[in-house]
Design a protein around this ligand. Sequence first.
Ligand SMILES: *Cc1c(COP(=O)(O)O)cnc(C)c1O
Ligand SMILES: [Zn+2]
Length: 418
Amino acid sequence: MPELYELRCRECGKLWGNAPRSFCEECFSPLEVTYDYNAIRASLRRDQLAARPANIWRYAELLPLPEGRIPTLPVGGTPLLPAPRLARDWGLGSALYIKNDAVCFPTLSFKDRVVAVALSAAKRFGFQVVGCSSTGNLANSVAAQSVREGLDAWVFIPSDLEAAKILGTSIYGAKVARIAGNYDHVNRLCAQIADKFRWGLVNVNLRPYYAEGSKTVGYEIAEQLGWRLPDNVVVPMAGGSLITKIAKAFRELTELGWVDPKPVRFFGAQATGCSPISTAVKRGLERFEPQKPSTIARSLAIGNPADGPYAMKCMRETGGWAEDASDPEIVAGIRKLGETEGIFTETAGGVTVAAAEKLVRQGRIPQGDTTVLCITGNGLKTTDALTAEFPPTEAIAPRLDAFEAYLEGRLASAAASK
Ligand SMILES: *Cc1c(COP(=O)(O)O)cnc(C)c1O
Ligand SMILES: [Zn+2]
């Protein structure tokens, strides 16, 4: 029986079967996974999903899983939360939602989705060693999930990553190689390593399979909206893959007849200190110019994004736009989400909130629309960015009169700052 999916060149369309490769050897364009949608439509109905557990594997037929593989880790299935207080803060009367991957299982970022799918491919191709080049979250997820798969992990990171992200990788026993350079240096090294060693690097030679995991964000959003597509989606961009894969998920659901066709605008968010994609969109450039990253949003600090051209196309063709956020705006965005919706996101989420606020103020995200903000990572991993915001307060003697004096002082200073 022929397989229901295989690799296809995104430019020349040549089919490459299934193998650990990411580029077309004819035209050097990236490969992606393509499916036999007629076979899927014939074998699976939307209402069959309801009986399955709420995690990414409920969409197994739409993922490149090896025949007979039954994954056990309940990855994804994160909440889609209404955000009425944030909407009010922005003067937005309409339906605003947070897709909250700050609580994604097992390592608290959306990268758990891509790693789960990539490791299934790694098993299929017989790799014993897996790895990645990472801006932090991918490292955490590869390290954690490889333990459960019985695989050895080698993780390559820029040397300046947040301490919590390095510790949150080492704890799983992964080998961590800190590289004196930025992500783009690390990634180039990993391409050479994948050539030289028989290792499965999830975002290098397994990249087409890895990227498919991001589609599950889109499937979940549509299903959680009652099998409807939103009007707008705001997505943080590093390599630019996630935004294009949410768009692919919506196209697939439409093609399967599981949702009604509907135009969805895609908005990308970057940090001002690393904004090759958003700058190109805002300036109307044909191609993005690579940048040297300098931002507290380390998880988004990719100066030469592999999927940048496709992300730009996605925003342009859907009538979306891009925005970026400075370091102080990122911090303000993190605080805003915490204070309005009770969600603690990492710097990438601060980028998303701050960029979305600009898009609302510009009128690009209109009143009356259904809008989803993708919050992709957890704030406990990037507390370094916030310590200056919250200096320790004075300690109060354990006596009621001391507390009353303290309370009076607080009330007085609150009144003074009004
Ligand atoms: C990796 C990452 C992104 C962006 O992913 P791409 O697919 O590379 O654009 C967004 N948010 C967080 C928290 C990430 O770790
Ligand atoms: Zn090609």
